[in-house]
Design a protein around this ligand. Structure first.
Ligand code: SAM
Length: 179
């Protein structure tokens, strides 16, 4: 298939006081757009549990691994044949990298918060810009996962959730699957 069938996000530099909301949004966006989980290179178990709670409510098997050591996770991933795509506004523009990226089976997408260690640039297979302008890690994750997907990620379905939205022209219809 012409897209990675296993995608994980590695979130670097998360500061629990400052980045709570944006890291939560990185995780939820990654889940919604087809990643299987997020590795959090900081200690914030509460945040990790919150994301998993959302996943339980809305379906799927998204996981968050709290407090990982980024270097050993990247090494392990590469040893197992995975590729690493670091999102940085300084990188190669995404449309130019997509044809190569979609050839790999296992993709780790790395996003920063504050300044990213230079080693990340060196360890990554691709340093990729979602346009060479500064914006947000949430937008960068969403656009990347959308651009490398074979099937439209907005059509993703999530099984086993407690709640399912029934799309409506106007209003909010939610089915409670707990009976
Ligand atoms: N000042 C930081 C630096 O120089 O590395 C970047 C801060 S930025 C708000 C946080 C993260 O968003 C970055 O590490 C990167 O992963 C992502 N990001 C922001 N703009 C991006 C872009 N245009 N392309 C790809 N990733 C981007």
């Amino acid at each position: 298939m012409d897209m990675p069938d296993k995608i994980v996000i590695l979130r670097l530099g998360h500061r629990p006081q400052r980045d709570k909301r944006i890291t939560t949004h990185v995780g939820l966006t990654a889940r919604a757009f087809g990643a299987e989980g997020m590795l959090l290179a900081s200690e914030d178990k509460k945040l990790a549990d919150n994301i998993v709670d959302v996943s339980t409510r809305w379906g799927g098997d998204f996981y968050v691994k709290n407090n990982v050591r980024w270097k050993s996770e990247i090494r392990k991933w590469k040893d197992e044949g995975g590729k690493v795509c670091h999102l940085s506004m300084y990188g190669i523009n995404l449309p130019d990298a997509v044809p190569e990226i979609i050839q790999c089976d296992k993709l780790m997408v790395v996003v920063g918060a504050e300044k990213v260690p230079f080693e990340i640039y060196e360890m990554s297979d691709w340093n990729v810009a979602v346009g060479n302008q500064p914006h947000s890690e949430v937008a960068a994750v969403a656009v990347t996962l959308d651009r490398i997907a074979e099937k439209d990620p907005l059509k993703n379905e999530f099984q086993g959730g407690e709640l399912t939205i029934v799309p409506e022209k106007c209003g909010k219809k939610v089915v409670d699957n707990r009976g």
